[in-house]
Design a protein around this ligand. Structure first.
Ligand SMILES: *Cc1c(COP(=O)(O)O)cnc(C)c1O
Length: 244
């Protein structure tokens, strides 16, 4: 680290990220304790979409070792500049034609929303000699503008995906509708937890329910209260995004 060569703007930015990171870590821990849960059961993901690699590397150095990106091209473009030990998950919608590029480049694909996509991931994974860990994305709010498997179809879809060689289902993920108020959002999280437990209890071969990914900057305490094991936080750590 050549801290002295950084511009003062970058140093001020680093200080802001550090302060926000510590605040969010404390708040995640507090939410877990308030829910009577062990804070170590909840992983905090730093969502790094639109964030420049210098800032991501700074966050990694602070302990943000789980990062989430939502676009294949953006992540692959930044990846060579990332430093330190980190785990990366794809959290955005994945098109079948991008599967070849992302398989093997991330640790978990959180956004599997169809059997067709899972089959493509399985095919490419087998060709590369790996097994890809995936989460099933659930459209818990039945939002017509969102991707995700509908709750009623989840069990059947999960069983079908479980049969596909080259993929291993590790849990569920959701993004509730943006226009829902906090109370409604918390109900969606509670419904997700029920689905998570239902599928766990079915003990489906090749399905390992270990991750329940839900909660973002505006609602992660509610998600933790309802059983999230992974929260995905961007804005509250890095500030508001500049989409270019
Ligand atoms: C951007 C994004 C987040 C983080 O959202 P914030 O409100 O900035 O915390 C979480 N999950 C997904 C899928 C996202 O695309």
């Amino acid at each position: 680290m050549q801290a002295q060569s950084y511009s003062s703007e970058l140093r001020a930015g680093f200080a802001r990220v550090e302060e926000s990171w510590k605040r969010v870590c404390a708040s995640v821990e507090e939410a877990a304790i308030r829910a009577g849960r062990d804070p170590s059961e909840v992983r905090l993901m730093a969502v790094t979409k639109t964030v420049e690699p210098e800032y991501i590397n700074h966050a990694i150095s602070l302990g943000a070792t789980l990062i989430g990106e939502n676009k294949v091209q953006e992540f692959l473009g930044k990846k060579p500049s990332l430093e330190g030990a980190y785990e990366a998950h794809l959290i955005g919608h994945l098109q079948t034609n991008k599967v070849r590029q992302i398989v093997g480049e991330v640790d978990v694909i959180q956004s599997v929303d169809s059997v067709k996509l899972a089959r493509e991931i399985g095919k490419v994974s087998e060709k590369k000699g790996i097994v890809s860990d995936v989460l099933l994305e659930v459209n818990i709010g039945l939002d017509p503008n969102k991707f995700g498997i509908l709750p009623d179809a989840l069990e059947e879809t999960a069983c079908e995906i479980a049969e596909i060689p080259g993929v291993r289902v590790r849990g569920l993920m959701t993004v509730p509708p943006f226009d829902a108020d906090l109370e409604k959002t918390q109900r969606f999280f509670s419904n997700m937890y029920r689905l998570y437990i239902d599928i766990t209890e079915k003990k489906i071969h090749n399905i390992f329910m270990q991750i329940l990914s839900m909660g973002m900057s505006g609602d992660y305490p509610q998600a933790i209260a309802e059983g999230a094991t992974l929260v995905r936080v961007g804005t509250a750590i890095f500030g508001s995004r500049n989409y270019r």
